[in-house]
Write a protein of this length. Structure first.
Length: 457
């Protein structure tokens, strides 16, 4: 870690300790947007990136201030803990050093997620987080557009990223502070959806966010992020059909079955025919899924340390592996079907969380919060489809965790009416003491009048 990274870490740590809860997410966003993986403290065999350093500082803040998870424990929290347990539990089946690598993942991913669960406590916090993301990422979009125009990555001085932009079939692909252009584009697509949600709330911030998200997606020149933006917008446009989503899901399932009946290749080979940016590797991604199924016996139990023979090409970083450009398959390679299924369960319970939030936000008075919850579902849908083309492995995963943590915040209002109804039922069942003597009727009358006043208030 050089002087820039060390100074940034000290300032960000001070901010996370001092800022009020509603702004405590700000240092995490700054670290994800402006610090690369090259800025890390190497302690023994551990590599502590800026985000990993901020996690214990954030936990100290939470303990000192007595803060807690918004709306208590939820199903997503439990599945995240289970994901960490399975990830660490499958380490003995892998090469030496797997425990250390996975401990770092749990430390950063799980730590950031639970800090976000504390900091995003209610719908107003989620909306504020959307605005902060738009503001923080706008300069990053400028830097990435500069990189695309000149080929020079200004974040290269921090290390851990490409100093010059990648070029594929004549297309310059900027990556900014992220390890790969597609990872940058994933963050950009998420920002675009958040900015679109703010259109009627804060037009100026929304326009800035649309520029930030759209600029990053354009600069990365990858088909996956473009498709992710389209899927997010499709999900948001389904808002008028929110009461008919069961029919939409069944119609989508029937369409997949119909395609499977008429296609020679499996349905997932549709991605092989999509090329938006030029030079897309859709066929590679489809063939990777096929190869993983063909070699299921090698990884289904607890993952595998060797996938190089799955594909014709490998990766420079590790000669034992093919390029696993699929987040679900990446979970399978690390922890077998158990880890893959747990990660899939996280997505499922997150969608259910959106549904519960919407059930509790019915009515015209909650229309704004309900659309905010719906947007979280659309963002999650975009990430789900994007998982078929990329495995998140740098700070870009923070933008997924913001969505997952925000879903818990949106359920505050969803559960409040239930608790209020339960409280009213308990009050109704509680016997009232009877008054004696000639004043009994007057006391009961005043008690009923007080009840009416309290209900009115």
């Amino acid at each position: 870690m050089n002087g820039i990274g060390l100074s940034f870490t000290v300032i960000a740590g001070a901010l996370i300790l001092c800022l009020p809860r509603r702004l405590a997410i700000f240092p995490l966003l700054l670290a994800a947007a402006y610090m690369t993986r090259g800025q890390a403290l190497d302690l023994g065999g551990a590599s502590l990136t800026v985000l990993r350093v901020l996690v214990p500082i954030g936990l100290i803040r939470v303990m000192l201030r007595g803060e807690s998870l918004a709306n208590g424990w939820n199903a997503i929290d439990g599945m995240m803990i289970l994901w960490a347990v399975v990830l660490l539990g499958t380490s003995p089946w892998h090469q030496f050093g797997a425990w250390q690598f996975r401990s770092g993942l749990v430390w950063s991913d799980l730590g950031c997620y639970f800090l976000l669960r504390v900091f995003l406590a209610e719908p107003a916090d989620v909306e504020r987080a959307f605005k902060l993301v738009c503001l923080v990422m706008a300069p990053v979009a400028v830097f990435m557009l500069f990189e695309k125009a000149t080929g020079t990555n200004l974040f290269g001085v921090l290390g851990g990223v490409h100093e010059t932009a990648l070029v594929r079939e004549g297309n310059v692909r900027a990556s900014g502070p992220f390890v790969h252009p597609i990872l940058a584009g994933t963050a950009g697509a998420t920002i675009f959806g958040m900015a679109a949600c703010l259109w009627r709330r804060d037009r100026n911030v929304s326009l800035l966010g649309l520029f930030a998200g759209g600029g990053i997606v354009a600069a990365c020149a990858s088909s996956g992020p473009v498709l992710m933006v389209l899927f997010i917008l499709l999900g948001m446009l389904m808002w008028p059909l929110r009461e008919q989503m069961r029919l939409v899901r069944w119609a989508s399932f029937a369409s997949i079955l119909a395609l499977a009946a008429v296609m020679k290749d499996p349905v997932y080979f549709l991605m092989a025919r999509i090329d938006i940016s030029g030079g897309s590797q859709g066929y590679y991604r489809a063939q990777l899924i096929r190869s993983s199924i063909e070699h299921l016996d090698e990884w289904w139990l607890a993952g595998t340390d060797y996938t190089r023979h799955w594909m014709q090409t490998g990766i420079h970083a590790n000669d034992r592996h093919a390029d696993i450009t699929n987040h679900f398959l990446a979970m399978g390679v690390m922890g077998g079907l158990p880890l893959m299924l747990v990660f899939a369960a996280i997505i499922v319970v997150a969608f259910r969380g959106v549904g519960r939030a919407l059930d509790g936000l019915r009515g015209d008075a909650n229309h704004r919060q309900a659309f905010l919850a719906w947007t979280l579902g659309a963002l999650l849908f975009g990430h789900l489809m994007n998982f078929m083309s990329i495995s998140l492995f740098d700070q870009s995963i923070l933008f997924l965790h913001i969505v997952l943590a925000a879903i818990g915040a949106m359920q505050v209002r969803a559960q409040a009416p239930e608790r209020a109804a339960m409280h009213r039922g308990q009050q109704a069942m509680r016997p009232r003491p009877a008054a004696a003597g000639p004043m009994r009727g007057h006391i009961n009358s005043w008690g009923e009048h007080g009840d009416r006043l309290r209900r009115h208030r």
